[in-house]
Design a protein around this ligand. Sequence first.
Ligand code: FAD
Length: 397
Amino acid sequence: SAPIVIVGAGLAGLRTAEELRRAGYEGGVLLVGDEARPPYDRPPLSKQFVRGETDDTTLRPPEFFTEKNIELRLGTAVARVDTAARTLTLADGDTIAYDQLVIATGLRPRRLPGVEEVTGVHVLRAHDDAESLRTDLAAAQRALIVGAGFIGCELAASFRAAGKDVTLVEPQPAPLASVLGEQIGGYVARMHRDHGVDLHCGVGVDTLRVDVDGHVRGALLSDGSDIDADLVVIGIGSVPATDWLAGSGIELADPTAGGGVLADELGRTSAEGVWAVGDVAAWRYGDIRKRVEHWTSAGEQAKLVVTALLGGAAPTAARVPYFWSDQYDVKIQALGTPDPADEVTVVSEDGHKFLAYYSRDGILTAVLGAGMTAQVMKLRAKLAAPTPVADLLAATS
Ligand code: FAD
């Protein structure tokens, strides 16, 4: 019979394949990916890899796939899906049948329009992006990073560690403001400025300056600054890789709400036998749908999809989301679901280290720390059940 086909050989796709075998599924498992490289880890790309500290981003050695009888078909994009016939059409024209389909195609980085031909301008999502960025970085002295989200902030830290001049430009009032809110964004801003980053907030790029050879030389910013730069990184977010689902009938989220494949709390999509996991999935959490673009949730969602796909009972224990980001000498970590609209109480502060509680209607929604791993982790139980933030504050004061 037809295999379970997973489209997208990234983290979520790999975890799904692994979970199927761990759960004892003995039928065919086929992982199809458009990148030539076997599944690799993306977090090091903006950190150890770009700084030249490691080359190894492999998630599993080649023999793992043989041992587990997971078939890889790499360097092949899926172009179309027919959910009635349960077939996929590959970009090379081949057709493959599936029994169950798992969509794990992740995201594509947004680019600045009109600069495709300019050399020295980068995005960062894939291993190939990171290799070309690392090569250009070695020869560059002044970097301009457009967008102070996680990737922009991590690259700013990595570039400073490599001794480069860094200008970081963010249209929001503070770095990470759209994820963590302005108050915590202010802490992140101070950390970058203390490390010598020339940070411009509330500012966009008007035009890039390009030399006669077509290489970037700088940028004019909307605040009137004229910045010199021989390397530019565009870190203005990503869009779900769902082009190949056009016309399939599989329901997608509204692009203005972040897009992605609509999935329920077990990853089921609107089509029979089709599931979605990872960054591409607009997943249901209680009464909201949300695409979570973090490493840990890819594995958690894969577990849920496999349980449901094989007909098992869904776990009842509440799960507490987690993510981290490494910048300079601190690890920023969050447990729970921080939202920029939440109330934020900073409960401890020491240089670039801090600990903050997020709350909504008085109930703790998240705990966020920088350089505070133990303090963050010990609050996991408080996030698994509704906890009044006032109780926590009373206990710590
Ligand atoms: P991906 O890993 O993007 O995999 C999707 C795969 O599908 C890709 O290989 C893609 O090319 C392929 N694909 C797309 N369309 C098709 C198609 N039509 N046919 C075939 N294949 C297709 N998270 C954290 O929590 N902490 C961190 O510190 C952190 N750092 C990060 C640093 C960087 C530079 C990046 C890019 C991400 C980082 N993340 C981090 C996020 C984390 O890596 C992602 O959440 C995770 O990779 C999501 O996995 P995924 O499988 O959903 O998507």
